[in-house]
Design a protein around this ligand. Structure first.
Ligand SMILES: *[C@@H]1O[C@H](CO)[C@@H](O)[C@H](O)[C@H]1NC(C)=O
Length: 197
């Protein structure tokens, strides 16, 4: 078992306070596990940001993509590109170290590198590699009184078909998340120059 489990101190009826633009919630981080038979090679390649909790990294951006390259020693490189108003490109490049080794989808992500390499700040919690990936990160604040959350649905294509999307949103519900709190990312009328192409 991965030492990620944190006490579940609250129930599903979470009180959400929107402070600035991040999801801040009462209590400790929820009990969410990373994928345990993870394949970094299969995770590599181009992903589209399909929807997310509003976050400061891609706030207000459209056409957000990320290209992930698998490296040696459980290190992934990511290259994220999004567009602000008037198609001003915003690029974010960094490293994601697999915190618990190559088989576990738990990452210490940083730009350029995470400050704390012994604690994951982003987990792949659900993935089929060909169509979608669900990424979740959480950090406790104020000694566990509240926490900050990130959640992304990534897709291999700019848009997902309705049945696929429905299935993903159902899986999110099963993980204890509220799919309707996710914000879809505009992937229409996008520039051609996606990263690494
Ligand atoms: C990981 O994924 C790659 C690419 O899809 C595949 O060739 C490889 O067999 C997979 N490894 C395992 C252990 O399943």
């Amino acid at each position: 078992m991965v030492p990620l489990r944190l006490p579940l101190l609250f129930t599903a009826s979470l009180l959400t306070i929107n402070v600035t633009c991040q999801k801040v919630r009462i209590g400790e981080c929820p009990d969410v596990e990373p994928v345990l038979n993870f394949n970094a090679t299969a995770f590599s390649g181009l992903w589209y940001e399909n929807r997310k909790y509003v976050n400061r990294f891609t706030l207000g951006q459209k056409c957000v993509t990320t290209r992930i390259s698998s490296n040696d020693d459980s290190v992934l490189v990511f290259d994220t590109l999004g567009y602000e108003k008037f198609f001003k490109p915003v690029r974010l490049r960094g490293f994601a170290l697999q915190t618990y080794g190559p088989d576990v989808g738990a990452f210490s992500v940083g730009v350029p590198i995470a400050e704390d390499l012994s604690n994951p700040n982003l987990n792949v919690i659900d993935i089929d590699y060909d169509q979608y990936a669900i990424l979740y990160g959480c950090r406790t604040k104020m000694g566990g009184l509240s926490h900050l959350e990130w959640l992304w649905v990534l897709s291999r294509t700019p848009y997902l078909t309705a049945p696929t999307l429905t299935a993903i949103l159902l899986r999110l519900s099963h993980h204890g998340f509220r799919p309707l709190a996710l914000h879809p990312t505009e992937q229409n009328f996008c520039p051609d120059n996606i990263p690494g192409v």
